[in-house]
Design a protein around this ligand. Structure first.
Ligand code: AKG
Length: 288
């Protein structure tokens, strides 16, 4: 399994990431990583964490399964965090002096699932704050642009607090202790209706093969993945990476995933750099 990116990150890709807050990176991970992560995913689906849940279940029994922060439990995910080129890719895109791992998440859609991920930004939901973040979205099976995650280029530069969707509402099985947010008091504006005029917003998505990834700033608006053809499922593994300016921040409107308890137990308080066993520093400029 490759330790350095299969294809070197180019200066053009770095510029695109900085300008648009999103960039397609073809051919980054070899088939060894894809097989390894798929084995991990099979284990994860059989032994979900306490944070796992079904986001959507339709009348035909098709589901969207979600789990998060499983890397300490699923050996293959942990191997990916420490040994794959993901941290190096994030460092190159962010021009970082250090990269800490934040968390992993998986999104598994059964063939034909129509459910589309609601539009949102990631960082406003998090227990950290900063501009220099990088999410790596990797399909483990081929996906067409019309079914892949979609992005609004340059939306990472938005400075207003937008009313974000409450993913806690995606809970057909009425699972308890689900993280939720309520942006009603905090939001300066409604979240824009991207689907109302995708052309105006310049929405982008790409045909992707296993081994490709999309890297995006966690403030970039994204959503819209799904609407799969009947014979096509989608397995996605994502990892979230923290660059230089990121600090712990507990948000009054709620967080998803909410790391308050684990961070507090680890002695982390608002303003601290996320470090330690839960947020390992995977890459440093001085060591590379
Ligand atoms: O794959 C999806 O449908 C959602 C992914 C997502 O929102 C994320 O990685 O932040």
């Amino acid at each position: 399994m490759n330790r350095a990116p299969l294809t070197a990150v180019t200066s053009h890709q770095i510029e695109t990431f900085a300008r648009d807050g999103v960039v397609l990176l073809p051919n980054m991970f070899d088939s060894g990583w894809i097989e390894h992560l798929r084995e991990g995913l099979a284990t994860n689906c059989k032994n979900p964490t306490a944070r796992a849940r079904v986001w959507d279940r339709d009348e035909r029994g098709r589901t969207v399964f979600y789990d998060s922060q499983a890397w300490q439990q699923v050996e293959e995910y942990g191997n990916f965090v420490f040994e794959s080129p993901a941290a190096e890719i994030a460092a190159a895109l962010l021009g970082a002096s250090k990269i800490n791992f934040y968390f992993d998440a998986v999104f598994v859609r059964s063939p034909g699932t129509q459910f589309e991920t609601p539009w949102h930004q990631d960082e406003p939901y998090w227990s950290v704050e900063g501009f220099n973040t990088c999410s790596i979205w990797m399909p483990l099976v081929p996906v067409k642009a019309e079914n892949a995650l979609c992005f609004v280029p340059r939306s990472h530069l938005e400075t207003k607090v937008l009313k974000q969707y409450n993913f806690g509402d995606l809970n057909p099985d009425s699972q308890v202790a689900v993280d939720s947010v309520d942006f009603d008091d905090a939001a300066e504006e409604a979240f824009p209706d991207i689907d109302g005029d995708r052309k105006k917003w310049g929405v982008v998505s790409w045909n992707m093969q296993p081994g490709d990834c999309v890297a995006f700033n966690s403030r970039t608006m994204h959503g819209g993945s799904g609407k799969l053809p009947p014979d096509q499922g989608l397995e996605v593994f994502t990892t979230k990476w923290l660059g230089d300016d990121v600090k712990v921040n507990f948000r009054p409107y709620g967080m998803d995933p909410d790391h308050t308890t684990v961070m507090t137990a680890a002695g982390l308080v608002p303003g601290d750099r996320p470090e330690g066993d839960l947020y390992p520093r995977i890459w440093t400029a001085s060591a590379n």
